[in-house]
Design a protein around this ligand. Structure first.
Ligand code: ADP
Length: 255
């Protein structure tokens, strides 16, 4: 993260950001569950200019076998950014950043899945970023938890996640790419609204304690909104499934 060059103004005199949002406003978020036939569970998410797909397989036999845990399942997440997801072509394959993001998302999800119900197995979560515009780790985690629910994997709850940061000296919710590049702090956070439990929190940059308080307030409110979008995606998914069963039943009757 670099400092703000003097010619780049991220927030105008009316408190409006370069994409027209207020400081505590989130980018538009859409989630669709059950988008892939071959996966046990899946979700597609669009959040501002981010486009992310998550697919879940399992619980299934854990490979490599030496990673099996006789007491519980392990969650293995693979986060990947497509070569065409950013303005310069991204070199394909894992790099330090994607390995780190895969690890923190695996750990966040292990805290909500009832892993002790499935000893020796692995729950594999694939996150593919099709288009990136800052906040892809929180977008990936938000999508992955919907995909896990779509796979019918028992969990404590869904995990909404969002990044809060600092741009032009002000705390802003849900950083876009310019704010991520030229802002002075980035704080991705995932929390379960029902319990207030935090399952992911990272921080890059500098904030005072008062600013952290404001940031956490914004994040808490945003996570409640994201949670509603996640639940709505699952409701629509089950409504479609129920409709499909009815249609199948009627065609059986006619046959
Ligand atoms: P997050 O996507 O969770 O905010 P970062 O803060 O590491 O994670 O990245 C911020 C943004 O920088 C990404 O969303 C993406 O738009 C961009 N970015 C990340 N890695 C690359 C890369 N290798 N090439 C070009 N842009 C990238």
């Amino acid at each position: 993260m670099s400092g703000t060059p003097s010619d780049i103004k991220l927030i105008d005199e009316n408190g409006i950001r370069i994409d027209g949002r207020k400081v505590d406003e989130m980018r538009p978020l859409k989630i669709e569950a059950g988008v892939l036939k071959r996966a046990d569970g899946s979700a597609y998410l669009e959040w501002g200019k981010n486009k992310v797909i998550a697919a879940v397989y399992g619980p299934r036999e854990c490979h490599p076998r030496h990673m099996q845990n006789p007491a519980k399942a392990i969650v293995q997440c693979k986060y990947n950014m497509m070569s065409f997801s950013v303005s310069d072509r991204k070199r394909p394959g894992p790099d330090r950043r994607s390995i780190e993001i895969s690890k923190i998302i695996s750990e966040a999800l292990e805290n909500v899945v009832f892993t002790e119900n499935f000893p020796r197995t692995s729950i594999d979560v694939y996150i593919e970023v099709l288009q990136a515009n800052a906040g892809t780790r929180v977008a990936g985690l938000t999508a992955a938890s919907v995909a896990l629910a779509d796979a019918g994997i028992p969990m404590k709850d869904l995990v909404p996640a969002v990044a809060v940061g600092k741009a032009d000296g002000q705390i802003v919710l849900d950083l876009n790419k310019e704010e991520d590049n030229y802002g002075s702090a980035d704080l991705p956070i995932a929390m379960i609204p029902r319990t207030g439990e935090v399952v992911l929190m990272q921080m890059d940059g500098h904030m005072t304690m008062e600013e952290v308080d404001i940031a956490l307030g914004y994040a808490t409110k945003a996570c409640r909104e994201i949670y509603e979008v996640q639940k709505d995606a699952l409701r629509r998914r089950y409504a479609v499934q129920a409709g499909a069963v009815d249609e199948d039943d009627s065609s059986d009757e006619e046959a």
